[in-house]
Ligand binder design. Structure first.
Ligand code: ADP
Length: 253
């Protein structure tokens, strides 16, 4: 579905990503983890068509991405800047649906359905500044859901909320993905989170950013915050990802 081929991106002399190659299956959730500065955001911006690669290419359903794809939604870390303060939660969610060519009543109805899916039906009429950080991020997620993108990019989406809210949002993400057919690229620097939500964890090393490892996440049973994190498979995988992120195995590979 998404193919990144030999992607290199330089900012003037500075090589941020070097020859990154990844194939992302449709409907999968791929976590991308790596230390700060290894090029995670650069990779997402190239996939979002916001930045042209210096060399290599990104293909979406076989077509090179040359501008922002129509079937894409992005959820950023900074919800306070991604929602419009003068619009209610419902209208924030409904706004991008104009790009789908839907009439106002349908836009509002779809916005309400998406807010219901993230558990915020009762706050549809409130403004972002009347909502907690976790609720604002739920609105941002509802906005992505209502749009029904084929590809959802999430850049540290739970990085600015407290630990309990973060766990709730991780579970919301797992629930959403079970009921939708989106392909999700999920960037985080939280090692446990990358394993907990992912079907696959891609570890970026660097600089310059490169794929240090690409690990499948195979865990028995449905994921649950406490039981899953106690599983020996989870503990072993998080330790491996942790070592890779800290660069201890990268030199040997
Ligand atoms: P990450 O998201 O993993 O922290 P980034 O993609 O933000 O990494 O950055 C990768 C490298 O590219 C860093 O060294 C960063 O300083 C540099 N960089 C990022 N954006 C720019 C930019 N707009 N101009 C110049 N250098 C940049």
């Amino acid at each position: 579905m998404l193919e990144i081929r030999d992607l290199t991106h330089s900012y003037d002399e500075h090589v941020a990503l070097r020859e990154v190659t990844l194939r992302i299956e449709a409907k999968s959730l791929v976590s991308i983890v790596g230390p700060s500065g290894c090029g995670k955001s650069t990779l997402l911006r190239c996939v979002a068509g916001l930045q042209a690669p210096t060399s290599g290419e990104v293909l979406l359903d076989g077509e090179p991405i040359t501008g922002v794809p129509g079937d894409l939604a992005v959820v950023f870390q900074d919800y306070s800047r991604s929602l419009y303060p003068w619009l209610t939660a419902r209208d924030n969610v409904a706004l991008p649906l104009r790009r789908r060519g839907l009439d106002k009543a349908t836009r509002r109805q779809k916005a309400m359905e998406a807010l219901e899916e993230v558990g915020l039906i009762d706050t549809a009429g409130k403004y972002p500044w009347q909502l907690s950080g976790g609720m604002q991020q739920r609105v941002a997620i509802a906005r992505a859901l209502a749009f029904h993108p084929k590809l959802l990019l999430m850049d540290e989406p739970f990085g600015s909320v407290d630990a309990q809210t973060r766990e709730d949002l991780e579970d919301l993400l797992l629930q959403i993905r079970a009921s939708s057919d989106m392909t999700i690229l999920f960037v985080t620097h939280d090692i446990d989170e990358s394993v907990y939500v992912g079907d696959r964890v891609v570890v970026l090393g660097g600089p310059p950013g490169h794929v240090a490892a690409d690990l499948p996440v195979i865990l028995p049973g449905p994921r649950e915050q406490i039981a899953t994190r106690e599983l020996p498979e989870f503990v072993a995988l998080r330790a491996e990802v942790g070592r890779l992120v800290r660069g201890r195995l990268v030199e040997r590979r």
